[in-house]
Design a protein. Structure first.
Length: 134
């Protein structure tokens, strides 16, 4: 479950700064269930990391209705990485709702972190797109 997220986020049980400079822990979590941000020195168990990812996906990520399981999983990976707010304001969401598949492809383009092009994000976006359209 959440294969793309786990593949590209990796799991670290001690807090670290991601490429965008944000304190992160577990499978890429930046906050805990109580809303507190991850901070330097934080440590969690593997079970806590797995639970936090599952909780976040089920409670914080909202994808448009009517998508296949693969489309949903691809979008969950994208939204987990860029944030629900960014997705909600995006041309990509509008294109998905309109079923404008050409524009979906064109707007699946978040490949920077901290203002820099990140090869790993480009690879992740390519795999998400492949999953979305398969």
């Amino acid at each position: 479950m959440y294969g793309l997220i786990k593949k590209y986020e990796g799991c670290c049980l001690t807090a670290y700064k991601c490429p965008a400079g944000i304190w992160t822990i577990g499978w890429g979590s930046t906050t805990y269930k109580d809303g507190k941000p991850v901070k330097a020195g934080d440590k969690i168990t593997q079970a806590m990391a797995d639970d936090l990812l599952d909780w976040y996906i089920k409670t914080k990520i909202k994808v448009p209705a009517g998508l296949t399981k693969q489309q949903t999983e691809a979008l969950q990976s994208l939204i987990y990485n860029i944030g629900q707010g960014a997705f909600d304001r995006s041309s990509l969401k509008k294109a998905i709702i309109a079923q404008d598949w050409k524009m979906v492809y064109k707007n699946w383009d978040w490949v920077t972190g901290g203002g820099k092009f990140l090869k790993g994000l480009a690879k992740r976006r390519a795999e998400e797109l492949l999953m979305f359209f398969s």
